[in-house]
Structure formats: C-alpha cells, structure tokens
Design a protein around this ligand. Structure first.
Ligand code: NAD
Length: 326
C-alpha cells in the first residue's frame, strides 16, 4: 500500500502500533515492524533513559525494519526526566518519534536536525493545527472511541478524522476505534493516510500481557469501557473492572474527589501488575471501545495480513455499491 505515511515512515502498510504503557516493548514493536507496520517502543515503560537505550538495541536485534519510540507527556504521579528520554531517542539513531499529550515544540529543532520524523498524537483539530505550525511531520488524530486519554471534546472519529484531514496539509493517521480492515478502509475514505491501533495489538500473541487479560479483551463488548478522570479534566478510557468502577464511584461522591483520593487505585504500577499477573481487577487495564470488535488473539503477522486483505475487500465492495446504475 502507498500513502504519504508509508513513504515518510518507510513501511509496507499504513498501520502504526501506538505507544502503550507497559505493552510497547521490543517483543511487540519488532513483531509489528516485521509484519510491515510501524512498531513503537513506549519510552516511559522503561524505568530510566539508559534502559530505553538498551530496549532500542534489543528491538534492533529483533527486526531490521523501521520502528519508532513513543514519549507521552501527561500528568504523572512522578514526572520522569522527559529531556533525558528525548536525548536517548536523538542519540540512538531512531528515525520516528511519536509524542502525545503536551506539545513537543521545544524538542522539534533538535529532532529535525537529526532527520527524525515526528508524529504527534492529539485529540483536537486546534491542537493538530498548532502541531503542524510547530513543524511536526504527521498528526495522529485520536477520536473519542480511543483507549487512554481522549481529551475533553468528546468528538468521535467519524467527524474528527475528515475535519482534521481537511484542515491539515501534513498527513493524518486515524487513531481510536480501529481494529480491522473495515476500519482501515473507512479511515482512508475519510481522508486519513494511515491508522494507529493500540487495543487491537494488546490482543496479539506477541503483546507482553498475561493470556487472561487477552481473554478479557476478547470477551468484552463495545460497552465495556469506563471513562475515568472526567472530573479531573484528564479523561481516561479504560476497561470496565472493579478498580475503574471504584474510581468512578469515588469521582461521583457528593463534593467529588481530588487525585490523591484515587491515586492508590490508578497507579501505573498497579496496572502493570494486572497485565502481568492476569488478575483483571488488580489495577487499571487501558482499552478502547474497539474491544467490541476483537474476537481472537492472532500473531501480528497474521493480523496485519488479514487487515490489509479485509481493507482491499471493503474498498472494492464499497466501490461496487457506489457504481451508477446502468
Ligand atoms: P501514573 O502512575 O503516574 O498515573 C496513573 C494515571 O493517573 C495516568 O493516567 C495519569 O495521567 C493519571 N494522573 C497522574 N497524576 C495525575 C493528576 N495529578 N491529575 C490527574 N490525573 C493524573 O502513570 P503511568 O500509568 O505509569 O503512565 C505513565 C505515563 O503514560 C503517563 O504520562 C500516563 O498519562 C501515560 N499513559 C498514557 C496512556 C494512554 O493511553 N495515552 C495510558 C496509560 C498511561
């Protein structure tokens, strides 16, 4: 497949595995890249910048295809040394950086000087336009369906993607709500030149997640996510479980709550324990509404081959339906 995204990133298919805390390790990123997409290592999953440098080397030993690094800048319990992680990306020879959350403005010049392609993930067209003005190469626009932090505007992909594609000169990657070839076909029809998937890649053989959690994703429906942190203006979409239900009831208490009241429930370390132990109620499990579309746990190679075939079939079928009648 050929779009500006495949050309700029040097990949066969316009399919990007988005950054995911605790999941974006060398095992998954290399599998996605070997399958023809762009795998992405999540910088903050590594405890220190030095560990990120080692993980990049480990990933290089597992694939000769391009892969990227994600650096997310959002509220955290203990702010990490973002500039040091960024320096590792610059020094390591990585060619693609995905940023999310706060604007990557201050890092753009040094990244450009090293020829690093910058994908900025954001949830509104106004932030996408500001990222374009600041010099990012590609915007990944995240619809309200997405896992993680969908922003506070609540605009779904069916509107957000074409509005973004129309407003921006740089290529758009559609993110949120995509798990199969029909989603890729729809994204291309809406003006995007690629897709970003997160939750779908969690339910793959190579994702470093306990099989019980993968089973829970396969069993979940599109109604099985909770929107937490709404009252703190840092909305997060996670899988419905005992922990996210408890966060919601705490937020709904008369008088609301402060972050410190729910911090012990939501800490990233607890979420990591859930993913590793398979104990679904051990912490937050981040997932988007696409869980309703996920029915199996394939390898990344099988998944990408299937998505590309389904996409071609969906576009051919739609094109047939759109033919003028004789
Ligand atoms: P953490 O343990 O520091 O925080 C857990 C959650 O609480 C995160 O979602 C964080 O945004 C939120 N949070 C922290 N402090 C907050 C505050 N003062 N007010 C409101 N919300 C607050 O983080 P972690 O789980 O170890 O994750 C590390 C980084 O990865 C963070 O930047 C986090 O936001 C990001 N992350 C992103 C996604 C995503 O889907 N985009 C998912 C999980 C984590």
């Amino acid at each position: 497949m050929k779009t500006r995204v495949t050309e700029m990133l040097g990949i066969r298919y316009p399919i990007v595995q988005g950054g995911m805390q605790w999941v974006g390790t060398a095992e998954l990123a290399s599998a996605v890249s070997n399958a023809g997409g762009l795998g992405i290592l999540t910088a903050l999953t590594q405890p220190t910048p030095k560990d990120l440098a080692r993980e990049i080397e480990r990933c290089r030993s597992m694939t000769d295809q391009p892969f990227g690094v994600n650096l997310t800048i959002l509220p955290t319990v203990k702010p990490p040394p973002y500039a040091e992680y960024m320096q590792v990306v610059i020094d390591s020879g990585i060619k693609v950086l995905e940023t999310a959350g706060s604007s990557p403005k201050e890092f753009i010049d040094p990244l450009k000087r090293r020829g690093i392609r910058l994908i900025h993930k954001c949830t509104s067209v106004r932030h996408a336009l500001s990222a374009e003005r600041a010099g990012v190469d590609i915007v990944s626009i995240d619809g309200f369906e997405c896992a993680g932090h969908p922003g506070e505007d609540d605009v779904g992909g069916l509107v957000l993607i074409p509005v973004a594609a129309q407003a921006l000169r740089i290529p758009v990657i559609a993110s949120g709500g995509i798990a199969d070839g029909r989603g890729l076909a729809a994204a291309l029809a809406l003006g995007a030149e690629g897709v970003n998937m997160g939750t779908r890649f969690c339910a793959t053989v190579e994702a470093p997640i306990h099989p019980e959690i993968k089973r829970a994703l396969v069993g979940a429906t599109e109604r099985d996510t909770n929107l937490i942190f709404r009252t703190l203006h840092n909305t997060g979409r996670v899988l419905k479980n005992a922990v996210s239900d408890e966060v919601l009831s705490t937020e709904r208490r008369p008088g609301g709550c402060e972050f410190k009241d729910i911090q012990p429930l939501v800490s990233g370390q607890r979420g990591r324990a859930a993913l590793q132990s398979g104990e679904i109620d051990a912490g937050l499990v981040w997932a988007g509404q696409v869980v309703g579309l996920i029915k199996d746990v394939p390898t990344c190679a099988d998944l990408l081959a299937r998505i590309v075939a389904e996409c071609r079939e969906a576009l051919t079928g739609a094109s047939r339906m759109a033919q003028p009648s004789a």
